[in-house]
Ligand binder design. Sequence first.
Ligand code: SF4
Length: 333
Amino acid sequence: MSRKHKAIALFSGGLDSILSVRYMMSLGFEVQPVFFRAPYLVPDKACESAAKNGLDLIVRDISAEHFALLKNPRYGFGKNYNPCIDCHALMFKTAGLMLGELGADFLISGEVLGQRPKSQMRDGINAVSKASSFADLLVRPLSQRLLTPTLPIREAWIEPDTMLDFHGRSRKRQMFLARELGISYYPHPGGGCLLTDVNFALRLDDYFQHTPEDRYQLTLLNYGRHFRLHPQAKLIIGRDEKDNGQIEAHYEHGILMMSRVYPGPLGLLIAQEYPSSLIQQAASMLLYYNKKAPGKALVNYGHGFELDSSIECEKAVFKLVNDTIISKDKETL
Ligand code: SF4
């Protein structure tokens, strides 16, 4: 038999992507899984999943390209801010451009025909292929028997009969295959892509309305509670220690603030100008989320980690005064 061809796999870390990789490996193919990251496509789940399944994962940043498509996806959005058809096509295209670099011959993914609305319906899958520029090199091992044979099948790099015919939303056959392949770790479905999250969609909407392209603010959308105080001012308040740590880790500019005496959330105010009334407003909102703070307390703040100024303020009482203050009911963007 001629040499086994090598595949690059789009790898989200979910069960279907693990199966597609491990199944092709079980047929003797070398497979290189790749995760494509952007500020809202975080690789944590994929990295954990790869490590626990003994896979050597490559993570590549596609922020610029992905963000560009997010502004005007040719095939539109799913339920929230998820442009799944364009997104998959971009990932396949980027993976296709890596074929030479990685010495690979074709591309695979864990897509299952009919599993998700739109992007995994037959029309959606065909649209992804067409827009990827590498349509003839794409193989979806879990459903390939139900799809048009592409070059790796026609050229018999892959035995057509080894391809599977998974279809629809039920995951029974996936579970069965996972057991057969000895896959014991896979995460719960969902959670990998923030673009499918309704709260994140609100934040992103707000970002597009008020922020010129700014990687810093885009990255911060992942952490904490977000408040639009006025068109040029945004307040972020950490929900827990992890958020506080992430806000600190990504801090580039703006006013950081924290209660002087009562440990609690870290606030980050990003604005064009910082009049004292704005700082006062932000500080009192910060206190609102500090359970230990009394009704009135000192808040330290500053441009940087020193927090070298302080202001005394009262805990905010959330009311929708006008559209520039977000009420308790609409607390997070
Ligand atoms: S769920 Fe997110 S990562 Fe997955 S295809 Fe859709 S937009 Fe892309």
